[in-house]
Each structure stands twice: as C-alpha cells, then as structure tokens.
Design a protein around this ligand. Structure first.
Ligand SMILES: [Zn+2]
Length: 250
C-alpha cells in the first residue's frame, strides 16, 4: 500500500511540474499535453514515467537532446516521499486525503515562489476552496462545529495580531499570509502554531546564512519554509506542542 501511495505521489508530482512551469506563464495546465520546451515534440507515455524516464534519458530530451531540468524528477520524488510519510502517519482516511491535498498546494506554491519570488493567488484559491470543503466534510463527520470553527477563527486572530505587530518591520509578504490562512483551514490550532514557529525558524536561519555570506537579496522566498514547517507540523505537531508545554511547566 505504501508503494502504491508513493507511485501516486510521483504521478501527481509530474503534474505539479506542469503547474509549476505553466501557472507563472499564465498558460493552461490542461492543454496542450506535455511537450519538450525546446523542440516542441509531444512526449509519449514512455517519456512521462515519473523519475525513471529522466534517469533513462540521462536528463535529456529523447528527440533533440536538450537538457531536462533535474527539478522534474526531484519534485516527483519529493511528492512521492511526502505522500508516503503522510500515509504511514495517518493511514488511509479523510486526514490522509486532506493533508496530501494541502501539501500538494504547498509544494506547487513553494517551488513557484522559489523560481519567481511570487505567490500566485490562483494556486492559493484552489487551496482555500479545498480547505473550506474539507472543513464542511469534517463538520458533517464529527458534528463538532465548535472545535472546527475555533480551529479556523484562532489562527485568523493570531495571524491578524502578527500582521498588526510586524507591519512596521516589513515582515512577511501578503502572499505568505494568504498561505498561512489557507493552511489554518486544514490543521488544528496546535499544528498551525507549530507550523508558524518552525517556518520562522527555518526562514530565519537561511536568511541569516544568506546575510553572513554577504548576499543581499531583496526578497527571500518564504513559502518553501512554510511548506517544510507545515509538513513537519502535520506529522509531529501535536507531539512538539505537548512536549513544549511539558518542558515549560518547570
Ligand atoms: Zn526536445
């Protein structure tokens, strides 16, 4: 079953590559079918096997020998690993579907942010609509409307406070906040707190390294750190939160 989930992840990862390339170019993600960026040859099934095609073709187009970015197999592998670990943690159920959907949105948004320094609202919007649908499903399943409403309202209040407090310091961009708001639709308040905390630590460490090394970039892509922080928070967030509470008792 884990192997099947991994394969599913790599196939969807292959589709995410298409989204990552086409969304910033304002192209349709459904049409035309996958083709080589250089010679325009339509790719056949054999060229589209996740990870393996890239390895067998030694990272080159079969037809014109143009180099194919290693980003393609890496995104496929990454998606496969993320899906498999979520399956191993939660088993097969609504949580699994909800979290792989959230992580899919985050992977696409994170890589686009890395490449372009922009957060695309079209991607966030799919995540927000999905999050609302999952929240509705969970209300019907658990019939515990209060806890679900709280899990949406608390993060929004916390985020609102952060926006107010960091306005002076040119903190996160509005795109990053948009991403946090969509995450809050999927996860519990504990998990969002851990996610926010980890994202700021990871982003802070990397910013510090960039600063020490003397590079001065105007803007660092922050969504990759949010995606990584959220991934760890989904898998271990409740444990990290409870561990923190237990050590802060002393
Ligand atoms: Zn080609």
């Amino acid at each position: 079953m884990s192997f099947f989930v991994f394969i599913l992840g790599t196939i969807l990862g292959s589709f995410f590559n298409v989204c990552i390339y086409r969304i910033p170019e304002d192209e349709s993600i459904a049409y035309p079918p996958s083709h080589c960026g250089k010679c325009n040859t339509k790719l056949k099934a054999l060229d589209l096997i996740p990870i393996l095609s890239w390895i067998f073709l030694k990272g080159k187009c079969r037809y014109c020998k143009e180099k194919i970015s290693i980003q393609y197999p890496l995104i496929e592998l990454l998606t496969g690993i993320v899906f498999t670990t979520i399956y191993l943690r939660f088993g097969f159920g609504i949580e699994f579907i909800k979290y792989i959907f959230l992580m899919s949105i985050l992977i696409i948004s994170a890589v686009i942010d890395l490449k372009t320094q922009y957060v695309f609202f079209s991607v966030s919007l799919v995540g927000i609509i999905g999050g609302i649908l999952f929240a509705i499903i969970e209300i019907f399943m658990s019939k515990n409307i209060t806890s679900i409403l709280l899990s949406i309202i608390i993060p929004l209040v916390v985020l609102g406070l952060i926006i107010l407090l960091t306005r002076k310091f040119e903190g996160m961009g509005t795109g990053d906040l948009e991403i946090f708001i969509l995450i809050s639709l999927y996860v519990s308040p504990k998990v969002i707190v851990v996610s926010l905390f980890l994202s700021i630590i990871f982003g802070g460490i990397v910013s510090a390294i960039i600063y020490i090394k003397g590079y001065r970039k105007k803007h660092i892509a922050f969504v990759p750190y949010i995606a990584l922080g959220t991934y760890i928070a989904i898998l271990f967030g409740e444990n990290i939160f409870n561990w923190y509470l237990s050590i802060s008792m002393f």
